[in-house]
Design a protein around this ligand. Structure first.
Ligand SMILES: NC(=O)c1ccc[n+]([C@@H]2O[C@H](COP(=O)([O-])OP(=O)(O)OC[C@H]3O[C@@H](n4cnc5c(N)ncnc54)[C@H](O)[C@@H]3O)[C@@H](O)[C@H]2O)c1
Length: 325
């Protein structure tokens, strides 16, 4: 399939573009910043450029991963989020419909499910169990608001034109340190997040490939992407009180393996992302999970996820370069 991939210079794009190519797809990368997998340098907010890209490259399917995202909030006005994440998505879905494409993938975010009360901690009944039916959606920042608006735009295109639309609400896979947490940090924090809200970038890319290939059987739907948690919904209450006791039931050696590394397990877990619908509907399940983290600790091998405190997103690198030159 001839695929237009936006965000091709970014963290996901640099894994997804080669994976698509290895699987026989002809990928045209589109990003506002140059990169090894980017053939078209420009913004998705430029409607004429988007239309030209679709026509000149004979595009048959779009994977729209390019975006301004949470770390960009401090540097970009809200209008820029609307321009890139909302107008950009509208340009792409309308161009895809006009070109007669039968499928469109939109990389969304679990962040749009984080309301103020979710952010504040566990709910009355324990950890928030967040699946695709979680409602109401009241995103807490401009990133989530514009991603939710973009989701609604692509759903509208499906209703009006029948184009198959797959929305992938992706959990964390960034390699840099978290910009809000303080302790633990680094690999310890990422390892803990593999319990309930993170996946590897390789698994995120694999999910996009699987969704692309299954899109015509999906129709229109949204999916959470995250490593499969070891827990069940029945654990939610205890997770909010004593997560270590729950973890010990599923992984009896976790505490010992962590202690040997000087790491700490979470005392409480206040939300869990449930990715099971993706497995039920298109057969994707993350290969790496918390069990993989423990296996790495047991065998002294590298963690399954990438950790790079010095990672700088392409757009930020470009902005810094512009400031210093
Ligand atoms: N990284 C995460 O943990 C995470 C979590 C949830 C969802 N996501 C989503 O996954 C997608 C990819 O994120 P990433 O981690 O690879 O981020 P990234 O910043 O590394 O990549 C995003 C890419 O989009 C490009 N881009 C920005 N504005 C653009 C524009 N106007 N036109 C064209 N391209 C533009 C950037 O240059 C960058 O290369 C994004 O949609 C993001 O919202 C990421």
């Amino acid at each position: 399939m001839r695929v237009l991939l936006t965000g091709s210079s970014g963290w996901l794009g640099r894994y997804l573009a080669p994976l698509l190519a290895q699987n026989g797809h002809d990928v045209t990368g589109f990003d506002v910043v140059p990169g090894a997998h980017t053939q078209i340098v420009g913004t998705v907010a430029d409607r004429a450029l988007v239309e030209r890209a679709m026509g000149e490259h004979g595009i048959e399917a779009v994977i729209h991963g390019g975006a301004l995202h949470k770390p960009d909030i401090v540097r970009h006005p809200r209008q820029a989020f609307v321009d890139v994440n909302v107008t950009g998505t509208l340009n792409l879905i309308e161009a895809a419909v006009a070109a007669g494409n039968d499928r469109f993938l939109f990389t969304s975010t679990t962040s749009l499910m984080v309301r103020a009360d979710v952010r504040a901690g566990a709910g009355e009944r324990g950890a928030w169990w967040t699946d695709e039916d979680f409602a109401p959606l009241e995103p807490r920042n401009i990133y989530g608001i514009t991603k939710l608006a973009a989701e609604q735009l692509v759903r509208l295109a499906h209703r009006e034109h029948g184009i198959n639309v797959v929305i992938l609400r992706t959990g964390r896979f960034f390699p840099e340190d978290d910009d809000t947490h303080t302790a633990p940090i680094g690999e310890n924090l990422k390892a803990n997040e593999m319990l309930h809200r993170r996946l590897t970038v390789e698994d995120a890319a694999a999910a996009h490939l699987a969704a692309l290939e299954a899109a015509s059987t999906i129709g229109c739907d949204g999916f959470i992407l995250s490593a499969p948690p070891p827990f069940t919904r029945d654990d939610a209450g205890e997770l909010a009180r004593d997560a270590r006791a729950v973890i010990a039931r599923y992984h009896p050696d976790a505490a010992e393996l962590y202690a040997a590394k000087g790491w700490i397990l979470p005392k409480v877990i206040d939300r869990v992302y449930d990715p099971s619908r993706a497995e039920r509907r298109f057969g994707w399940r993350a290969k790496s999970d918390f069990g993989s983290v423990l296996a790495a600790l047991r065998h002294g091998t590298p963690m399954p996820f990438a950790h790079d405190p010095d990672y700088v997103s392409p757009i930020l690198a470009q902005e810094r370069h512009a400031c210093t030159s």
